[in-house]
Design a protein around this ligand. Sequence first.
Ligand SMILES: [Cu+2]
Length: 140
Amino acid sequence: MERKKIVTSSFIVIIVGITLGIVILYQNANFTHVDEPKMIIKGDVVMSTKVSRPGCEKTDSCYTPSKIIIKQHDSVTWVNEDVAFHSVTSGYYDKPSGLFDSGYLDPEGSFTFIFENIGTYDYFCTLHPWMKGQVIVELI
Ligand SMILES: [Cu+2]
């Protein structure tokens, strides 16, 4: 009889252990899910990862797309999907035009500008001279 008791107790301990294990696993899985970063804003132009190092200019992919064509009075939203700071600044690296400047954009940060006049607008990143892009604004 004593042996049966031990077997039953062991069985109960094992079942409780497995149940606890499943509960802990489930909680961890849930926690990981909640903790995942979410990109809420969808950008027209994206600064993707690793553009803070030279190289993206070779494939014209520092800003993606590097050239965007819009209609007059439309806006463009840039989203920083990199882990480094970037900016969206009108003009050229040594010659900002002063029309727009996002300042330093945090990772996941975004910047929107409405283009009221037709024309071709070059822009760059104040932190990374190789990062260049262009907005072309056409008549409606
Ligand atoms: Cu940059």
